[in-house]
Design a protein. Structure first.
Length: 332
């Protein structure tokens, strides 16, 4: 292998530095710019009540995106989270109406844990690719939810239950406080624990991780359980916010969560990601929807905007991947 010229080495290093900077802080910078532009161009955007509403709305996607960030860093993703959300939310509201808030939250987590264990078992033991396993589970969970609910919604507006989705802790919406706590837990798991290091190793090179002693099968199961648990927390918050849940709750939720994670800088190929980026991307999605509402845009236009943002996120990921491949060839 010939030595890399000094100028080329400097270029490669700068390219890597910019890539890392974008991964960590790029979408946060974009969010701040969008907030500044919206404050100037959109009536009523910069009011305290509206800003707190943006924080609240971003949290319902963001909580599940924390779990999905961990999954994508490890090299997996979960397409079943929309169906999981609907089932967990229905169970949470139903249980809250009969047994109280604590039992409601625990039941949502229990259902999420079971679904995560099944997904992890299918991927790690049966060796079904995650895309196929979770796609199949998406339909199975949706069908099961329709059977047990008979297609009917459930409603409950008890004060102690709806507090979680609608009230405030100090000046901040409760869902946003939960989102921040979930983000800190997710970031702490990734940065300061052995399983977190295993997650990065799995996503970077699963074969090398196996040789290094990473328990891939067990960690795969853990990853899918974590995704489902964070989704269950989001379902509890959404059920509380709406006072209700139905089998078709939040259609397309999984795509919005994945788009949030990728837009936030986490690589679909795995091995690298930013929890700060995920938070910023969730708030950016909420901001765009909020601005369109304030401008009285056609509600269907929001779906188009979501699709465009998803395409932009995947395009950014594709460009980063091509740059990484070019840098690898230069190093070789």
């Amino acid at each position: 292998m010939t030595a890399m010229p000094k100028a080329m080495s400097s270029t490669v290093r700068r390219s890597r530095d910019w890539d890392v900077m974008w991964e960590r802080y790029g979408i946060t910078a974009v969010l701040l710019v969008v907030w500044a532009l919206a404050a100037v161009t959109t009536p009523n955007f910069a009011t305290p009540d509206n800003f707190l509403n943006v924080l609240r709305q971003g949290s319902f996607i963001g909580v599940a995106a924390v779990g999905m960030t961990i999954a994508i860093i490890s090299g997996f993703f979960d397409l079943s989270i929309a169906s999981t959300l609907a089932l967990c939310a229905w169970v949470a509201v139903w249980v809250a109406s009969r047994y109280g808030v604590a039992a409601s939250f625990a039941s949502a987590l229990a259902v999420g844990c079971v679904i995560g264990l099944i997904n992890g078992w299918l991927v790690s033991k049966v060796r079904i690719p995650a895309f196929i396993a979770t796609l199949g589970m998406m339909f199975i969970i949706a069908g099961f939810t329709l059977i047990i609910t008979k297609g009917e919604p459930v409603r409950f507006n008890g004060p102690s239950f709806i507090w979680w989705g609608n009230e405030f802790i100090w000046i901040f919406p409760v869902p946003f406080v939960v989102f921040v706590v979930c983000t800190l837990i997710g970031a702490g798991l990734l940065q300061f624990t052995t399983p977190g290091r295993y997650v990065y190793a799995m996503g970077s090179n699963s074969k090398a991780a196996r040789v290094a002693g990473v328990p891939l099968e067990r960690m795969t199961q853990v990853v899918f359980v974590v995704v489902s648990l964070f989704t269950a927390i989001a379902s509890f918050l959404i059920g509380s916010r709406l006072y209700s849940a139905n089998p078709g709750l939040e259609a397309g939720y999984e795509l919005r969560v994945i788009a949030t994670v990728v837009l936030g800088g986490t690589r679909l190929a795995g091995g690298r990601g930013s929890m700060l980026g995920t938070v910023s991307a969730a708030l950016l999605f909420a901001t765009l929807g909020n601005v369109l509402n304030l401008l009285h845009a056609d509600p269907f236009l929001q779906r188009i905007v979501e699709g465009l943002v998803l395409l932009v996120a995947l395009s950014i990921e594709g460009v980063r991947q091509r740059i990484a491949e070019r840098l690898s060839r230069k190093i070789e």
